[in-house]
Design a protein around this ligand. Structure first.
Ligand SMILES: Cc1ncc(COP(=O)(O)O)c(C=O)c1O
Length: 389
């Protein structure tokens, strides 16, 4: 029996999504820009998806720009808003726990003359609104703060943060890649100007995403070419993937409450069970401000990579840090930004549950993990003693 507890890295494609994609791949081969019957059939497919995504986000269809995923959506808003910014507004502000899609893009923009300020987070992984207020000024073009964090699951007070950005005349973007399908998303209520999502995080296909951008917001396109997506993203649309994104959005909207209630009960049982059975274990990230499916825990004295491999050998898939940086032993920038020490950072494992997770999966982890931790702690003891001697 294999158990997948890495839904923040990616999710399996939902059956309803697969059906839609297979039908589109088989039956709809036109180019949506063509005026003939075939083109219009393809255009109808992406129009439907646009409505479905807009409905999930509480936006208007014309405000959706389809992209190749979350990374491209983040790049489009950061680079596009920077290039569109006028006058003295050249500074970009983000939190220190953003995904690399944001942080690396900001580093690149910094080299090109757009300075960046990173706002620190609390030990619980939250952006304190007063910390944002203290770095704001009339030179800020855009603030980008993620809705839910991919590693610890913390959810930021986006409406409050967006209001602060607006007071200073800056735009506000949120990377909602980890909250789409997990939290209700209402762009109006959040008060943001732009928001990124990625289909493969909510049971859609990889390589499909969207940037919602409020009508009237200035943006210089980063991909140039044809006039697709109202001149905001050139290139023939990936019609089957966009259809899959739309179907996943509709599915997520329909199942949100039920998924959240079920998954949070399982996550809480897993967490409480591990805290109970494994001594010297702590939860990372403010427990009351997290998405329902995520638990990040540190097991003192255990190298997380070793525990991950041991669990994998038992058929249980989890992750350390973010999927993009696993495979390297770089400590997580998120946990470091939260002020957690080297040990707690290196001992941390992320469990991210999803639609397919069952009570039996949780029971199996509770059965298997404590003895693996005990074994690894025993193995690590002589090495640790030698290091500390
Ligand atoms: C918060 C966040 N933003 C952006 C991305 C990138 O999305 P994609 O994989 O669609 O490029 C991810 C993926 O891990 C993510 O978790």
């Amino acid at each position: 029996m294999r158990i997948y507890l890495d839904h923040n890295a990616t999710t399996p494609v939902a059956p309803a999504v697969l059906d839609v994609m297979a039908r589109v791949l088989r039956d709809v081969h036109g180019n949506p820009s063509s005026v003939h019957y075939y083109g219009q059939a393809a255009k109808a497919v992406i129009d439907t998806a646009r409505q479905q995504v807009a409905a999930l986000l509480g936006g208007v269809a014309a405000e959706i720009v389809f992209t190749s995923g979350g990374t491209e959506a983040d790049n489009l808003i950061l680079r596009g808003a920077a290039l569109a910014a006028q006058g003295q507004r050249r500074r970009l502000v983000a939190s220190s726990i953003e995904h690399e899609a944001v942080l690396s893009t900001l580093k690149a923009l910094e080299r090109q003359g757009w300075p960046t300020t990173l706002v620190p987070v609390t030990r619980g992984g939250l952006v304190d609104p007063s910390a944002l207020e203290s770095v704001m000024g009339e030179d800020v073009a855009l603030v980008s703060i993620m809705h839910a964090n991919n590693e610890v699951g913390t959810v930021q007070p986006i409406a409050e943060l967006a209001a602060i950005a607006h007071t200073h005349g800056a735009l506000f973007h949120t990377d909602a890649v980890q909250s789409a399908g997990k939290l209700p998303l209402d762009t109006g209520r959040l008060g943001v100007d732009a928001l990124s999502i990625s289909a493969h995080k909510f049971y859609g296909p990889k390589g499909a995403g969207a940037l919602w951008i409020r009508r009237g917001t200035r943006l210089v396109p980063t991909l140039t070419g044809g006039r697709q997506e109202r001149n905001r993203r050139a290139g023939t649309e990936n019609v089957p993937a966009i259809a899959g994104l739309g179907a996943a959005a509709a599915d997520a909207a329909a199942h949100l409450d039920e998924d959240t209630a079920r998954v949070s009960a399982l996550r809480d049982r897993l967490e409480a069970g591990l805290l109970d059975r494994v001594a010297a274990t702590v939860v990372n990230g403010a427990p009351d401000w997290r998405v329902a499916n995520t638990s990040n825990m540190s097991f003192d004295g255990v190298e997380a990579e070793s525990l991950l491999i041991a669990l994998d050998l038992e058929g249980i898939a989890v992750s350390t840090g973010s999927a993009c940086s696993s495979g390297t032993l770089e400590p997580s920038h998120v946990l470091r930004a939260m002020g957690l020490g080297t040990h707690r950072t290196q001992n941390s494992l992320r469990f991210s549950l999803g639609r397919g997770t069952t009570g039996a999966d949780v029971d199996r982890v509770l059965d298997v993990l404590p003895s693996l931790v005990a074994r690894l702690r025993q193995l690590a003891r002589p090495a640790r003693a030698a290091r500390e001697a």
